[in-house]
Design a protein around this ligand. Structure first.
Ligand SMILES: [Zn+2]
Length: 461
């Protein structure tokens, strides 16, 4: 495999020059705080983690073959799959100026051990007991530090941008799913369960491109952020790399400002022009809706139709098919969606599968596919399309604003590079059956309430 690893020497920096920022299930992030260095100023280092116990590590399919601890002798460890997925796939869908810069860098065991020695105490205790920086890795990812500069960084998780087409919905779900968006239904359900949610925020308003509706979306996000004391996950605000709480809104203003302006109004007037002028929201909306053209209901139906048409399936269940053309009401069982069976295989997509998929998706051929009558022959296309759509339903955007001023006229320049899409990880095939179940639960829960929210999808080609 061709390595993209740069000549930048992270191991030439001192571990004390890196500050622990955060960590997720699979990776841990440090930001550079050492002496000025053009290679590292404004960057974060993302490293893979490994489980501490003797329990064998479970390989996540979405890691796309990133396991390399058994890399024999001379073979170089491949770059982190996150880089490959971005350079091979995401850059074909999102203009590179709206993606963080990612670079593969070499690390070594001695340097990683020192890093752990210096920073392990700063990690949450429960994490420390479970895992640590993977000492067997020889590469990490150096990325743009989007939240750490002298600006106000706003992270928005916009979620689902569209109402599904009615074509593949059942009689029962159609009236609801074409009127209330998936996010609003899901928020209702979660709120009933006592979760902290952005109730009142509707993504279709944020994605509308209409000034009044986008303003309303920003206000809703702000209000939920305030009401939940900053715990909702659709809005986060960072000042110099630190997430701030609603009690700290004064930090959002330039220091000399006497805050005559309401923080929400100042925030909205700085953010609104950025959201109105960036192409990012429109791109995400188009990707989500064109990649999820069957809805999970249509995809499930297609999965079953494909399995039933497989020759081995028909031989195995021959007796069912002989019975009066299947009118007995009895149907042979089919495998759950996304799960491999002896009749239908659904292996996890590799980078080259994603690449092939994009060749089709971005070609003229894709517009000739009849999505009203999807063919079982195209099942693989629809499965990958749905997974990719899920990536865009789950990503976040970071908008970098100048610190707020109390004056009505905001000076924030609309620079394309100031809006960046992050968290674009590939999704795994084994999520499909969970999403199928969740979709049923969300609609059923909503049907059981008196709610009847009308979400307007103002998409125009
Ligand atoms: Zn909605």
């Amino acid at each position: 495999m061709v390595s993209l690893a740069s000549t930048v020497q992270v191991t030439g920096t001192l571990p004390v020059h890196w500050k622990y920022v955060s960590e997720g299930g699979a990776t841990i992030v440090f930001s550079y705080r050492g002496p000025p260095n053009p290679d590292f100023d404004g960057t974060v280092l993302r490293l893979r983690k490994s489980i501490l116990s003797t329990v064998p590590k479970i390989t996540r399919a979405s890691e796309l073959g990133s396991q390399n601890t058994e890399t024999p002798g001379e073979v170089e460890e491949p770059d982190d799959p996150m880089i490959k997925f971005q350079t091979t796939c995401m850059e074909r869908l999102i203009p590179p100026e709206h993606l963080p810069h990612l670079e593969s860098v070499h690390v070594n065991r001695g340097w990683l051990e020192s890093l752990i020695a210096v920073h392990d105490d700063e990690r949450p205790v429960d994490r420390r007991l479970r895992d640590q920086v993977d000492l067997n890795r020889t590469k990490g990812v150096l990325a743009t530090d989007l939240v750490g500069g002298e600006w106000l960084a706003v992270e928005i998780k916009p979620k689902w941008a569209f109402l599904p087409s009615p074509t593949h919905l059942s009689e029962i779900t159609r009236p609801t799913k074409t009127q209330t968006c998936r996010f609003c239904m899901h928020s209702q359900m979660k709120a009933k369960m006592g979760d902290s949610v952005s109730l009142g925020y509707c993504p279709l308003e944020l994605f509308s491109g209409d000034k009044d509706r986008v303003t309303k979306a920003i206000h809703s996000l702000w209000n939920s952020w305030m009401d939940s004391n900053g715990t909702v996950n659709n809005l986060k605000i960072f000042i110099r790399g630190k997430v701030i709480q609603p009690s700290d809104t004064s930090l959002m203003f330039v220091e000399s400002t006497n805050q005559a302006m309401d923080p929400r109004d100042a925030f909205t007037s700085a953010l609104l022009p950025m959201l109105m002028n960036t192409p990012v929201l429109r791109i995400l909306s188009k990707l989500q809706r064109s990649l999820d053209c069957l809805d999970i209901e249509g995809l499930s139906n297609l999965w079953r139709a494909a399995e039933k048409s497989a020759p081995l399936y028909r031989t195995t269940f021959a007796s069912f098919f002989e019975k009066a053309g299947g009118t007995s009401g009895e149907e042979p069982p089919t495998s759950p969606i996304g799960v491999s069976s002896s009749f239908l295989a659904s292996p996890e997509p590799t980078i080259s599968d994603w690449s092939d998929f994009l060749d089709t998706y971005l070609s003229q051929t894709s517009s000739q596919i009849d999505h009203t009558n999807p063919s079982p022959k195209n099942l693989r296309y629809y499965l990958l399309a749905y997974l990719l759509s899920a990536t865009f339903k789950d990503c976040s955007i970071i908008i970098r604003l100048d610190p707020l001023q109390s004056a009505v006229a905001q000076s924030t320049q609309v620079v394309p590079e100031r809006v960046t899409v992050i968290d674009l990880d590939p999704k795994s095939m084994d999520r499909l059956r969970k999403w199928e179940k969740l979709d049923r639960e969300i609609v059923q829960a909503y049907l059981g309430t008196d709610e009847n929210k009308v979400c307007v999808d103002g998409w125009v080609e």
